[in-house]
Unconditional design. Structure first.
Length: 134
């Protein structure tokens, strides 16, 4: 895999540049090493990351960054939601409810593709699974 697309340092981490000057570079180097040694392409890596962000209960800024990267790498909105659906039973409904608005907001404004018509069906399946598990 070629050099991964750079990720901008989130404003929330800017303070670390002064207090721990080498940390941002070390984190970037670790990310690049992990991505370049993976057999996944950038689109697949970003879809895995989005699912991981759901599991971690990550903030909106993380979803914005990685959903944007996934779409730029060729992922559809349906694939973004599909990565969430794939882990739904592992992470639980509270994580899904917490992350869905962040994902939807990150997807807002992108050019819809023909694959996106299944997006509502994907999220609908998550909601149906929620009602069934109660």
């Amino acid at each position: 895999m070629p050099e991964p697309t750079p990720i901008a340092v989130p404003a929330e981490l800017e303070g670390l540049k002064d207090t721990a000057p080498g940390l941002i570079s070390a984190l970037r180097d670790a990310r690049v090493a992990g991505e370049t040694s993976s057999s996944l392409d950038e689109r697949e890596i970003e879809l895995v990351r989005i699912a991981t962000l759901v599991a971690l209960g990550a903030p909106a800024a993380s979803f914005r960054a990685h959903v944007t990267r996934a779409l730029s790498a060729g992922a559809s909105a349906d694939e973004v939601w599909g990565s969430v659906a794939a882990i739904a039973t592992l992470v639980g409904v509270p994580r899904l409810i917490a992350s869905a608005p962040h994902i939807a907001a990150a997807l807002e404004g992108h050019e819809p593709s023909r694959d996106d018509r299944a997006t509502n069906q994907t999220f609908g399946r998550l909601q149906k699974a929620d009602r069934t598990s109660e």
